[in-house]
Design a protein around this ligand. Structure first.
Ligand code: ZN
Length: 371
């Protein structure tokens, strides 16, 4: 069986407009206009590398339908969906809620297609039409809350796709592994009280959203214990991340026994991201993928769907993404990471004692088993 792949050219046309990184440009306040950090380039260049490297010929490109209003409302409030649709019809678009998440005219339709891309990938894996899948979608989704977008996220792509699958009875228990450098607060909040979905977030300690992603956030009510946060110290590298997968993520997946594993695949923990302060490399992402595939083979017949999240290094994200997709497909294109001499040898790439302490504390948290 093959590896499914989602990309729609119009994802590159989601317009985050003029900004000064993430701040509003304001010349009179001394803030010179620039591009928004969340530009299309990191994603377009990843897709183009997938094509130029020849990997695309070995993937099964999945057709995508836009998520319907009914599907969006499995997660989001009707008021929020209506507001985004209305602002999307304005000539200059609108903002999803926090002032950092702008979208241009037609942004609603592109966001529906991004959620639809996640649905396509998860459904293809859950229904056994592909072995695993990578949905390269934009706009991203893991920060979006039921009634508000934030952090460059409009709709909660992964959460919507999980709800769609559960409604179709294609999956009951689902685990989300979020390795984006920021806390997957939206996904966590949406499933906080739901015992059927385990959310695991590995992120840079105390970063974004502010005061979010602490270890003591464990879910609530019937979902108590099904949120797991691994805040890692800034400067964590390949050693810390592989140790986290081995010591925290793999045991949690084995305990929870999901029918499907979804990876919220942000690449902003790489060594040259403008918004992250971690040191992951393409080889590190490849190894994490291999480890997750090995666990998934044991717990859910290898059913893993990756959905793209953040990652703002236009130069490096493509090589990290290609490494992940090569691993998913069991293929080698021969394209080497041109930065590996620089990043693999960075000081402190190995596991450091203070990182081991943080990982051990997360590993001690109990995970509920089925039944
Ligand atoms: Zn991020």
């Amino acid at each position: 069986m093959s590896t499914g792949y989602v990309w729609q050219e119009i994802y590159g046309w989601h317009d985050t407009g003029t900004a000064a990184g993430a701040a509003y440009a304001n010349p009179m306040a001394g803030i010179q206009p620039l591009r928004h950090f969340e530009s299309a380039e990191s994603k377009k260049r990843l897709h183009e590398l997938v094509a130029v490297s020849g990997l695309l010929d070995q993937l099964e490109r999945l057709p995508v339908e836009p998520a319907t209003q009914e599907q969006l409302e499995l997660v989001h409030t009707p008021e929020y969906v209506a507001r985004i649709r209305a602002e999307s019809q304005l000539p200059k678009g609108g903002d999803a809620g926090d002032g950092f998440t702008p979208f241009g005219q037609g942004g609603y339709d592109i966001a529906c297609l991004a959620a639809g891309g996640a649905i396509a990938a998860l459904a293809a894996v859950a229904e056994g039409r592909v072995r695993n899948a990578y949905a390269l979608v934009r706009p991203i989704g893991h920060h979006a809350l039921p009634d508000m977008g934030m952090g460059f996220c409009i709709f909660a792509n992964i959460a919507i796709a999980i709800r769609v699958l559960q409604a179709r009875d294609r999956a009951r228990r689902v685990a989300v592994v979020d390795w984006d450098v920021h806390h997957g607060n939206g996904t966590q909040a949406i499933f906080s009280e739901d015992p059927s979905v385990l959310t695991i977030s590995i992120h840079q300690d105390s970063y974004f959203p502010p005061d979010s992603g602490h270890r003591h956030e464990r879910g609530s009510g019937a979902g108590e214990g099904t949120a797991l946060n691994v805040p890692l110290p800034p400067g964590s590298g390949v050693g810390a991340y592989l140790h986290t997968i081995e010591q925290v993520v793999a045991p949690a997946l084995r305990a929870f026994q999901p029918d499907l594993v979804v990876v919220a695949s942000g690449f902003d923990a790489n060594a040259c991201d403008p918004l992250g302060r971690m040191m992951l490399t393409a080889a590190g992402f490849r190894s994490m993928t291999a480890m997750l595939l090995e666990v998934a083979a044991d717990v859910c017949d290898g059913r893993v769907a990756f959905v793209h999240e953040g990652g703002y290094s236009e130069a490096y994200v493509p090589f990290c993404g290609l490494a992940v997709m090569e691993e998913l497909a069991g293929a080698k294109t021969g394209v080497e990471d041109p930065y590996h001499h620089l990043f693999d040898g960075m000081g402190y790439q190995g596991l450091q004692p203070h990182q081991a302490d943080a990982i051990a504390a997360a590993a001690a948290l109990p995970i509920p088993s089925p039944g």
